[in-house]
Design a protein around this ligand. Sequence first.
Ligand code: NAD
Length: 353
Amino acid sequence: MEAFTYTGLPMRVVFGAGCIGQLTAEIEKLGAKRALVLSTPGRGESVRQVVAGLGPLLAGIYDKAVMHVPVEVVADARRVADELGADCCISVGGGSTTGLGKAIALTSGLPIIAVPTTYSGSEMTTILGMTEGGLKKTVRDPRVLPRTVIYDPELTLGLPAALSAASGLNAIAHCVEALYAADGNPINSLQAEEGIRALARALPRIMKTPRDMVARSDALYGAWLAGVSFATTGMGLHHKLCHVLGGTFNLPHAETHSIVLPHAARYNRDAAPEAMARIARALGAPDAPRGLYDLETKLGLAQRLSEIGMPREGLERAAKIATESPYPNPRKVEYAGVLSLLDDAYEGRRPAA
Ligand code: NAD
């Protein structure tokens, strides 16, 4: 076996249906007495029910988390936390809510308990994306890590099937890039492959029966593994393209990931044979890029960038930005190839054999 470096991040994870019931004990374990709960505007009511049992430990609910963590929202949430005398934060929601919690942790040092309700995997990483003046900047900082993560699949039962599928593919994308990362290692690869397997098994079942608890548990387990495997490895061409498309063309996060992924995998296929073999094995498919595409077809996901608001005349600009300062990638990132990748994603073509 070749030499490698593995970084483990310090995190306590509580997993299982109904385990949100342990929230009080987890807050007390932190030595905290006043928790500020974070959520998105639309989820305020259901989050209120989730934390109803906290009694005097509940300092308040801040339900103004939005996509891309604007610095103004972070400052507002911190002001509320100060006013309420909060000594910890509980983020209950997807990547946007988790991101707000991480930003508060970075700037205030308050401990965070994350309760993820999508498959974004953000709760497992030291990565934080924030927007200031319309520009998104990304930092990696261990201070943003939640102290505890509570994965309760019951809280994902209401995540709409289509959103579940897109979010699940976002998690699979984390696994795919972890498998061919320049700084990858056998431990991360184990987790990434198992993450793809669990999600690929669960998502079709969730599409058929959104309240299938076994499938919801599998998907959340897969999302956890995706977050862990992605947390300590570098991102490649796929994430670079999604950042460009999201940042410059304002395309929706999870859908962009799912549309681009089979094409990014096709771009890298011949340069990363071992990763591709693992991806294919986890999908139970003969070919990784086609297996990803076929999974998305089965899930009924959007497969064309044209469907989610990408202007055709933007493809060249996106290819240019993505190739100007590329992330490390198994295959050299070159303009012509990336433009052709984007054209395939724009048209939703099945990756070539
Ligand atoms: P999101 O958090 O924006 O949530 C999408 C929508 O789903 C919201 O309207 C939310 O209220 C709703 N929702 C969430 N959980 C629900 C549930 N259980 N039932 C019903 N509705 C629910 O979306 P996301 O895809 O989870 O996160 C995307 C954001 O996370 C992006 O900004 C992305 O950059 C970030 N992200 C960060 C990392 C990281 O490591 N830093 C990793 C992945 C994603």
